[in-house]
Structures are given as structure tokens and as C-alpha cells.
Design a protein around this ligand. Structure first.
Ligand code: MN
Ligand code: MN
Length: 473
């Protein structure tokens, strides 16, 4: 190495390719970690399913309900079947601040309308009307197999969970797109975002009419047959749809992607990749950390973190107050406020990696590259950083230092070119408590598409980063 190369190596910031700099055994660890991650993605396609899955696992892993206040050090709280928080009490008092990683477990999807079932008068097909959830490109969801996940909660309070379309013997559901032969006026002449409207996103639900007497015409016989079949199978009536939460998601399993199997193609990686890696990071602690480690899984991020299960809700404050009490400390409002101010938070969410098909929307020096590790993102937002949590330099430097020291593959990355668009995360809501907050997560290709692409290198680096944050920050 000549002198200028030496100086360059010492003085310049270079993001490092995980596969290049990490040894073979770490490559193998990344592949092995991805297997558990894919299973998680397959079992947790909705926010509720994520909670059901972790509720079972948390008990197996020795976590105790925080409400019991029985001296346990590993604690959980589940909230309204859509939120969770897990903690491992630290050696230091909780009131000295916690290290918290927050991610979200909702993903863009197609919800059913509350009164969804109808029969098309002309075609005599049974349809389900939908209402999309989150930021989707509507055309992506047409003519592709969908599975129906969710719950009916009857007036008597009985919950009926359903999943249709994931088993290979299950039927799937299709919202049929327009054939290209007849798309000239309806679609090709329009802007991409207008070519499919919300009103055209109806699922074809069934087609066999209710069996009637020979010559008697039955009114809406196909819809009636649908209701009859639903009642036989699930014991529900049309009224039960009105209170149901039913979500259409891409049918099928998470898959390895790429000839070398180095990537993962799957639905809902935004942001279950951060949910899974933060949960695994908490499990990986072999002893009580110095500072209490908290994993918080929020809902409703994709629609602005609203509602009592979104990050704007009081749930996480309540959990941290309970942590203070569980550790034998005062949980009065002043102590809680001071605890939050002294806390350190990773807003764990995905970023947009440079897409070779659309390089123009990124600014390469400040963009995430797939396979180069977890991103440390100082700010998100749009325009002049509007709507962002612009992390403090002091905390940003600290996070970079602990990752670098631990040999974690990390990179800097903001979301696209300035004024190209933008987006936000939970970071700004957590920052309201006065804690240090920074965005930190892997890059994806095709975020919010039905099948998002991640790198096993980045998923594993994210897990290592979160582990390091819990142990060292
Ligand atoms: Mn997200
Ligand atoms: Mn998102």
C-alpha cells in the first residue's frame, strides 16, 4: 500500500461490503440467522399474528407478565393484541434511563371494508370491497394471489381467527387487473398513480349461487351462498363483518432471493425485520445489561402512529413506569419523566437502499447500499428536513463508535435525494419524551412492495447492531 492509499484509508469514510470484510463463519451466521427470520415472517403476517407468536415465545424464553410484579428480571406487556413491550432489567437503576429499540409491526396491506360482501349485478360474482391501509402502489396488488388474515369478534365477545390462503390446499383471492388488450383508455392514457383506483380493488370472493328450487330465481344467490358457507365454517353472520378486522396480504412464504441465496424476498419486512432483530438482540443478552434493555413493538406506523396502539399512545410510558416499580423504584411522574429524558432510543425502521433500476432518486454518497450493513440515519422527513427527528451529533457519534468498535457493518444513509420525496418514522414521537433518538435499520429494495428485498448481510448486521446497543450504549 503506498502512502496516499494509507492516508486515504485512515481519513476517508468508506462503507464496507459485509461479504467482503466479514469472515466465512460470519457469512454462515448471517445465513443461519435468516432462516429464523423467514420463519418469523411466515408466521407473522399481521400485527396481531406477531403478538400471538411472541406471546407464546416470550413465556418459553422465561419472560414474565410485568403486571405480576413478582421480582422477575425479564418482563413483558401485551396491549390490545397489537402492541408489545419486552424488557430485561439492568444492573443500574431504571431511573438512570433505559436503552430502548422501537419498531413497528404493521405493514401496508388491503383491509376489507366493514360491510364488504356484495354481489355484482351483471356478472353474478360475489365480491369483497376493500380499503387499502398505508402507502401502497395500488397496481402492484392487482392479479396476484392474496391471503385473508384476521379476526371476527362477535357481539358476544367471541373471537374467531381466520387465515385463508396460506396452506397449499387453501384457495387464494384475486383482485383482477384489466387485460392489456383493453387497457388503452382505462389505464395507459392515465398517470401511473391513477391507473387503478381504490374502487376497482374488489376481490372476487365466490361464484356458486345458493342452490334454489328448479325455476325459482333467488335474490343475490351468490352472496347468500357466501354467507351460508361462512356461517357453516365460522358461525358468523354478515353483521359480524361490521366489527371484524380482516386483512389481505400477499399469499405465500418468504423466499431466498438471488442465485447465491444472499437475499430475502418477502412481504412485510418493513418493519418486521426490525421487530425480529430487536427481539433476537434482547434474547441474545447472556447476562443482565448495565442499562435496562427494552424492545417496543408499535402498531399503526404506516398511518401516522395514530390510535391507542400507535407510537403516539401512552402504552410505552405506562410500561416504563411499571419497569420502575418492578425494580423497586419510585414510578411517580417526575421519576418517569427523568427516566425518559435519560433514555437512549433506536428508532428501528427500514431505509431505502439504492435501486439499480432507479438510481436517480438517490444521492449515492448519502444513500444506503444493500449488503453494506445497518444504516445509521440522522434524519428522515422531507423537503427541508420537515417532520424529522434530527438526531443530536453527540448521540449519533456515540452510536457510530459502539458499532465500529464492535465490528458491526454499518453505514450512513438518508432516504433519497433532497426534494425527491421522503418519509418519516416513529423517531419523532419518541423524541417528544426528551430521550436521545436516532433512526437505525437495514435498507430494503422495493419497500412497501408486496415482496420487499433485503440482504441477509444487513439483517444480520442489524441484529448485531441492536445487540451492541443493548450491551454497550
Ligand atoms: Mn417502517
Ligand atoms: Mn413503511
Amino acid at each position: 500500500m503506498n502512502n496516499s492509499d494509507k492516508i486515504r484509508k485512515k481519513l476517508t469514510y468508506q462503507r464496507k461490503n459485509f461479504w467482503h470484510v466479514q469472515p466465512d463463519d460470519v457469512h454462515q451466521q448471517a445465513f443461519a440467522f435468516a432462516d429464523g427470520y423467514k420463519k418469523f415472517l411466515n408466521d407473522c403476517k399481521t400485527e396481531r399474528e406477531t403478538i400471538y407468536y411472541l406471546a407464546e415465545l416470550a413465556k418459553k424464553e422465561g419472560f414474565k407478565n410485568i403486571d405480576a410484579q413478582d421480582g422477575a428480571r425479564k418482563l413483558y406487556s401485551f396491549f390490545r393484541n397489537k402492541n408489545a413491550a419486552f424488557a430485561r432489567l439492568g444492573k443500574n437503576p431504571v431511573s438512570e434511563g433505559v436503552n430502548l429499540i422501537v419498531s413497528h409491526i404493521d405493514a401496508p396491506r388491503i383491509d376489507l371494508k366493514q360491510n364488504p360482501l356484495a354481489e355484482d349485478g351483471e356478472t353474478k360474482l360475489g365480491i369483497l370491497k376493500t380499503h387499502y391501509y398505508g402507502g401502497i402502489k395500488k397496481y402492484q396488488w392487482m392479479s396476484t394471489p392474496l391471503a385473508l388474515h384476521g379476526v371476527f369478534v362477535t357481539r358476544k365477545g367471541k373471537t374467531v381467527r381466520i387465515t385463508i390462503g396460506e396452506d397449499k390446499n387453501d384457495p387464494v383471492f384475486i383482485m383482477p387487473d384489466l387485460l392489456p388488450h383493453l387497457a388503452k383508455n382505462e389505464q395507459y392514457s392515465k398517470k401511473l398513480g391513477d391507473a387503478v383506483t381504490a374502487g376497482q380493488m374488489n376481490v372476487i370472493f365466490n361464484s356458486i349461487p345458493f342452490p334454489g328450487d328448479d325455476d325459482q330465481e333467488i335474490k343475490e344467490a351468490v352472496k347468500l351462498n357466501a354467507l351460508n358457507l361462512l356461517n357453516k365454517k365460522y358461525g358468523i353472520t354478515e353483521t359480524d363483518f361490521l366489527s371484524a378486522e380482516l386483512e389481505l396480504v400477499p399469499a405465500g412464504l418468504a423466499r431466498d432471493a438471488g442465485f447465491d441465496g444472499s437475499m430475502i424476498a418477502a412481504y412485510g419486512q418493513d418493519d418486521r425485520v426490525c421487530a425480529y432483530t430487536s427481539w433476537q438482540a434482547l434474547l441474545s443478552l447472556t447476562q443482565d445489561p448495565e442499562r435496562t434493555a427494552v424492545v417496543y413493538l408499535a402498531d399503526k406506523e404506516e398511518i401516522g402512529s395514530e390510535s391507542n396502539t400507535g407510537a403516539k399512545s401512552v402504552f410505552i410510558l405506562d410500561f416504563i413506569a411499571d419497569l420502575l416499580a418492578a425494580n423497586g423504584e419510585s414510578s411517580d411522574s417526575v421519576t418517569l419523566r427523568k427516566t425518559l429524558i435519560r433514555s437512549q432510543i433506536l428508532s428501528a425502521d427500514v431505509n431505502a437502499a439504492i435501486n439499480p433500476n432507479y438510481p436517480g432518486v438517490h444521492e449515492k454518497d448519502n444513500a444506503v447500499h444493500l449488503g453494506y450493513g445497518v444504516s445509521v440515519t440522522k434524519y428522515t422527513g422531507q423537503g427541508g428536513k420537515s417532520g424529522s427527528n434530527d438526531a443530536n451529533a453527540e448521540f449519533n457519534a456515540k452510536v457510530i463508535d459502539i458499532f465500529e468498535t464492535a465490528g458491526v457493518n454499518w453505514q450512513t444513509g438518508t432516504l433519497g435525494k433532497v426534494d425527491e420525496g421522503g418519509g418519516g418514522t416513529i423517531a419523532k414521537f419518541m423524541a417528544q419524551y426528551g430521550a436521545e433518538v436516532i433512526d437505525c435499520g437495514p435498507g430494503l429494495l422495493g419497500m412497501h412492495a408486496m415482496y420487499e428485498l433485503s440482504s441477509k448481510a444487513d439483517v444480520y448486521s442489524t441484529y448485531k447492531a441492536y445487540h451492541t446497543f443493548f450491551e454497550k450504549a
